[in-house]
Ligand binder design. Structure first.
Ligand code: C2E
Ligand code: CA
Ligand code: CA
Ligand code: CA
Length: 279
């Protein structure tokens, strides 16, 4: 609101170069969207290859804009990160995932874990671990249903601090996965210090495993690394049967991707569950 005054005159004037104004308008609208429940979570299933079961659902936020319709996260998460709104947005996502889990639990359906994406900015927030604990306590759920997906950029700032945060979360039963694994620039040193349970191989490697020797080699190496460290390994972005076949051969443990299902609404997920296509 404080930055509004000067810009308000040309707020709706399309003849001016409108970049900063669009940004400002979007920031204001996003702030309102969080407060008025315009955000919605979709869920993408993660399949365990050995059991054929859906063991986890990744919560992915969308903005159901009253005029523009569904806006994908790539169009508003960066803004939320720049403005600090991500902390509030992230808390909404966590609360909302907990509420959904609670409803499914009370209905006796969909026992899968839920994975929630955590932005590096949110992770650096001083009250991050407290927020997570508090939100779970309010939900009265047992915390072990929850997985937090963090990227390498979240953890490289201050190793000691990160270990402390992750250990606090682990101690209450929350699991941690490294998202987009392989595209960060960090050393692998952290893997032996951090309590993590899962590596998610970035889609950019999985995409060409069926026709690119280097991508196949890298994917295979990550899978082997994951096994040696006793971690779950998720291949992200699996779209083709030929990719799935290779991932089975290379002993990947779980997959996500359009081949199985895109992210879908909670209602669609329940329909799948009730039609017996989801365990
Ligand atoms: P991500 O965490 O790497 O999520 C995976 C993205 O890949 C999702 O896009 C998903 O819809 C998409 N995807 C899944 N399977 C396939 C496939 O087979 N092919 C292709 N081409 N894409 C696939 P989405 O939902 O648009 O999310 C994009 C990114 O936005 C996420 O990447 C994550 O970084 C961020 N994001 C989404 N929800 C949240 C959230 O609640 N909090 C935070 N901090 N970030 C979020
Ligand atoms: Ca993710
Ligand atoms: Ca990812
Ligand atoms: Ca990503």
């Amino acid at each position: 609101a404080k930055r509004n005054g000067k810009n308000r005159v040309c707020f709706y004037d399309d003849s001016l170069s409108s970049m900063p104004i669009d940004r400002l308008r979007m920031e204001t609208e996003l702030c309102k969207a969080i407060a008025t429940e315009q955000l919605v979570l979709y869920y993408q299933p993660r399949l365990e290859l050995a059991s054929g079961k859906i063991i986890c659902l990744e919560a992915l936020v969308r903005w159901n804009h009253p005029v523009q319709g569904i806006i994908p996260p790539a169009e508003f998460i960066p803004l939320a990160e720049e403005t600090g709104l991500i902390v509030e947005l992230g808390n909404w996502v966590l609360r909302s995932a907990c509420e959904q889990k609670k409803r499914w639990q009370e209905a006796g359906i969909i026992g899968a874990q839920i994975a929630v994406n955590i932005s590096p900015v949110q992770f650096q927030d001083l009250s991050f671990a407290d927020n997570v604990k508090q939100i779970i306590e309010q939900s009265e759920l047992v915390p072990d249903f929850l997985e937090l997906e963090i990227t390498e950029s979240s953890i490289m700032h201050d190793m000691d601090k990160t270990v402390a945060i992750l250990e606090r979360l682990s101690a209450i039963g929350i699991s941690i996965s490294i998202d987009d694994f392989g595209i960060g620039y960090s050393s692998l040193n952290y893997l032996k210090h951090f309590p993590i349970q899962c590596l998610k191989i970035d889609r950019s490697f999985v995409k060409n495993i069926h026709n690119d020797q280097s991508d196949l080699a890298i994917t295979h190496a990550i899978i082997n690394l994951g096994h040696s460290l006793n971690l779950q390994i998720v291949a992200e972005g699996v779209e083709e049967v030929s990719q799935l076949e290779i991932l089975k051969e290379t002993k990947c443990t779980t997959i996500q991707g359009y081949l199985l299902s895109p992210p879908i609404s909670a209602d669609e997920l329940e329909a799948l569950f009730l039609s017996d296509r989801l365990v």
